[in-house]
Design a protein around this ligand. Structure first.
Ligand SMILES: C[S@@+](CC[C@H](N)C(=O)[O-])C[C@H]1O[C@@H](n2cnc3c(N)ncnc32)[C@H](O)[C@@H]1O
Length: 504
């Protein structure tokens, strides 16, 4: 008796999609193919239709129920792929499949143990909090020959799941080309979850040029069409971001400066709510509007109205920083003289002690945007449109090196949210408990971007993207940013083509 796997994992690949994935990988006269969870055999049928002989296809499924397609491959039924992988000497040139999407916790102890003991490549690790698809992919890679290719249907979690981080990064580093195709429609008739198709070619190829491509397709048909073309079409594909990694585009550090916000030395004394300011009767001229934590980054653009909502919400949004002129104001004078026991400043604090005068925290001279170093959604720019607004050192402060309109700034901020940027960042982030992700400014500054010159719709789209980031819909935010970017780049390319036709 084969151990039970949850029924929910039995979602079968539509034959047109299986056929397009097989086609995208391409065959070679002696290539050996593997389907590690063959199900009803959509991939095997596609291979047979392309003339791949039975002897060149190994197919496995834990399910004993025979299927007509089994005859077209060397099929092992009632066999756990992981137990088989531990013992086999077989190695493959092409591996295709749609492995089960099942949380590790939902598996029987037998299946969990079996998967965690199977061979994996050095860059991947099967972890208890992971998912079965991840284990299938890790172990498949251990069976892939150098130069080999894979074509997998995976859940959208491929792009962001923490347990998949090492694997994602390994796939990017160990294949000469990687394509990730996402679809705005479900890929399966029977399941509504988002999925992606990952095509990676040239495994462990020495000194191979890196080619990474992300495609977002409106419909399943357009995704299949793009795979069948073996390259993205420009009709229906909403994103084409092809980048020879680390080669194209400008360094973000040439476009932005990132520094830390104002250091108060005693936050309790210097940072005030509106209520506290009123209670102390401090004049508005003695305080400066300030942002003091990541949660206050509530929109793509921080303007007076947005900041005032924080003020009305009782947040600490004032920095006490009296000038020479208003330090003689009675309420200011009183607050400056207040003893520590009665709510006065801790004047012994290092940062307070070191500056003169002690009550004037150093503030950055330009503050075009704010950035949180700690976030679950990766770094994003909150553009500053409020005169005099600064941030404390719980946030980073950004200034643009070049003169840019608000729309151009939104375009750059949107570009930073595209998949090609998050791909570059994924290896650099540090993940803390509870999934908090930390980035250092240099992580972002070293990223390369190609900012579109055509920036139509950038402001509205960036507002939507940041709303999704704030709501933790990271995949949705990525998708919107990718779509906008693709259209911006495509219309840019179109304009160039028209220009060159007019001026040959
Ligand atoms: C999502 S279905 C996909 C089937 C097929 N690859 C397709 O694309 O249509 C997943 C398949 O994985 C099989 N499966 C689950 N656990 C397995 C295991 N440990 N070893 C081999 N097959 C397994 C299930 O029986 C099911 O047929």
């Amino acid at each position: 008796m084969s151990p039970a796997v949850p029924l929910a994992c039995k979602v079968y690949t539509p034959s047109a999609l299986a056929s397009a994935i097989v086609r995208a990988l391409g065959d070679a006269p002696t290539a050996q193919w593997l389907e590690p969870s063959v199900g009803r055999g959509a991939f095997v049928e596609a291979l047979a239709l392309r003339g791949v002989s039975r002897s060149r296809i190994r197919a496995i499924d834990i399910d004993r129920m025979q299927q007509p397609a089994d005859r077209s491959a060397c099929t092992l039924r009632g066999r756990d792929f992981f137990a088989w992988a531990r013992r086999t000497d077989e190695r493959f040139d092409r591996i295709v499949g749609n492995p089960p999407f099942v949380a590790f916790d939902a598996l029987t102890p037998f299946l969990r143990r079996s998967a965690s003991r199977a061979p994996v490549p050095s860059f991947a690790r099967i972890t208890a909090g992971g998912n079965y698809w991840h284990a299938f992919l890790c172990v498949s890679l251990a069976l892939l020959k150098p130069g080999g290719s894979i074509g997998f249907v995976l859940p959208a979690a491929w792009e962001y799941a923490d347990y998949g981080r090492e694997l994602r990064s390994g796939v990017r580093r160990h294949f000469s080309s990687l394509e990730v195709h996402r679809c705005q429609q479900p890929l399966f008739d029977s399941a509504k979850d988002g999925s992606v198709v990952v095509i990676a070619r040239g495994y462990a190829a020495a000194a191979a040029p890196k080619h990474v491509m992300h495609g977002v397709h409106r419909t399943r048909e357009s995704l299949i069409h793009a795979l069948n073309q073996q390259r993205p079409t420009n009709t229906d594909v909403r994103l084409i971001s092809c980048a020879a990694r680390g080669v194209e585009g400008r360094r973000v550090g040439d476009l932005l400066r990132i520094g830390i916000g104002a250091v108060t030395g005693d936050a309790t004394y210097f940072l005030l709510t509106e209520e506290r300011r009123n209670e102390l009767q401090l004049p508005r001229t003695s305080v400066r509007p300030v942002l003091t934590k990541a949660k206050q980054l509530t929109a793509s653009i921080m303007n007076k109205a947005t900041w005032e909502k924080l003020l009305e919400g009782g947040q600490r949004i004032w920095l006490f920083r009296p000038s020479e002129l208003n330090k003689e104001h009675p309420a200011v004078k009183k607050y400056l003289r207040l003893s520590r026991q009665n709510g006065g400043c801790d004047r012994s604090a290092f940062k307070v002690r070191m500056r003169a005068p002690w009550y004037r925290a150093h503030i950055p001279c330009r503050c075009d945007a704010f950035l949180s170093g700690m976030s679950q959604s990766g770094p994003w720019l909150c553009l500053n449109q409020m005169k005099g607004l600064i941030a404390t050192n719980t946030l980073y402060i950004v200034s643009f090196r070049e003169q840019m309109s608000l729309r151009e700034r939104c375009a750059l901020a949107l570009t930073l949210q595209t998949s090609s940027v998050s791909d570059q960042l994924v290896d650099r982030r540090r993940v803390y408990p509870q999934g908090l992700i930390k980035f250092e400014p240099r992580d972002l500054l070293d990223v390369r971007v190609d900012v579109p010159e055509r920036v139509v719709g950038a402001r509205a789209t960036y507002a939507q993207v940041t709303r999704r980031l704030i709501d933790r819909d990271i995949a949705g935010a990525r998708e919107l940013a990718d779509r906008w970017y693709a259209l911006a780049m495509a219309s840019h390319a179109h304009r160039d083509r028209v220009k060159s036709c007019r001026h040959p």
